[in-house]
Design a protein around this ligand. Structure first.
Ligand SMILES: Cc1cc2nc3c(=O)[nH]c(=O)nc-3n(C[C@H](O)[C@H](O)[C@H](O)COP(=O)(O)OP(=O)(O)OC[C@H]3O[C@@H](n4cnc5c(N)ncnc54)[C@H](O)[C@@H]3O)c2cc1C
Length: 234
């Protein structure tokens, strides 16, 4: 726990811990390269119905199992149409400035829809200032007023970002909006037979898709193995 004199003004309590911060712009290409190394064949397409996927295996044979990882689009994908899926809009500002700490603030004065975090990405990836958690909001455009609130909160909690100066001393790389794929009943990890073929669903990871990815993919793998076993007994 932080001592009272260590807290920034306006804070009731705080704690410190060590953790992992993923620079996703490096991590995602790394994952693609691992897949390629292991013989995965990629093809870019938009599917209207989940059943179409089984006929797209690169060997020309019908796929044994289809894995559905369509995120927020599981809401409108034919054969799935999961109305429990909805977005939690997250707006961010990526800056060149660096801070002496990373932080995550709970309990913002404007309510549950706005949050405050400062995360420094490894290997010169900039510092990510966040953010928002706006349930049911599909707007993909940056809200400039929210961006100003995000930057102000970030320098209040981490004055080292600008050496104690105002937000005009933040050097903005880009602003971003992402839609977290949240699901009212939690992540969907189950197998289902659709149009005679096994589909393993693995979507609805909300704001924790990276954190939960190892566990969820292990669980999905088990479901794939189950489906293959059932299929080979038939
Ligand atoms: C601001 C913000 C902050 C976040 N912070 C964190 C964090 O700190 N930690 C964390 O773990 N997570 C965080 N997340 C959440 C994380 O980004 C998501 O949980 C994760 O990206 C979901 O991955 P996914 O592969 O399930 O879905 P997606 O990344 O949405 O991938 C779905 C894929 O399916 C494809 N697809 C969909 N429909 C079709 C179709 N019909 N035909 C063909 N292809 C289709 C899409 O093109 C896409 O490639 C954050 C998200 C945001 C927006």
């Amino acid at each position: 726990m932080l001592r009272k004199e260590e807290l920034p003004p306006g804070f009731d309590s705080g704690s410190t811990f060590t953790s992992v911060c993923i620079n996703t712009s490096l991590y995602l290409p790394y994952l693609v390269s691992q897949c390629l190394k292991n013989g995965v064949v990629f093809e870019r397409r938009i599917l209207d119905h989940v059943s179409v996927a089984k006929s797209l295996h690169h060997s020309g044979d019908s796929a044994d199992v289809v894995v559905n990882c369509t995120g927020i689009s599981a809401r409108k994908l034919g054969g799935v149409m999961d109305q429990n899926m909805m977005p939690a809009r997250g707006q961010t500002v990526l800056v060149r400035n660096t801070a002496d700490v990373m932080c995550d603030v709970l309990g913002i004065e404007t309510g549950d829809e706005e949050v405050c975090y400062v995360m420094q990405r490894a290997a010169g990836g900039g510092t990510l200032l966040g953010g928002s958690y706006q349930k049911g909001n599909w707007d993909s455009q940056v809200d400039p007023n929210l961006a100003i609130r995000i930057m102000k909160r970030a320098i209040d909690v981490c004055p080292s970002l600008t050496g104690g100066k105002g937000i005009e001393h933040l050097s903005v790389i880009r602003q971003g909006v992402g839609l977290r794929p949240i699901r009212t009943n939690g992540t969907r990890l189950e197998k289902e037979k659709i149009d005679g073929a096994w589909v393993v669903h693995n979507y609805g990871h909300g704001g924790y898709g990276y954190q939960s990815s190892y566990g969820c993919s292990q669980a999905a793998l088990k479901l794939i193995e189950d489906a293959c076993r059932i299929r080979s007994r038939l």
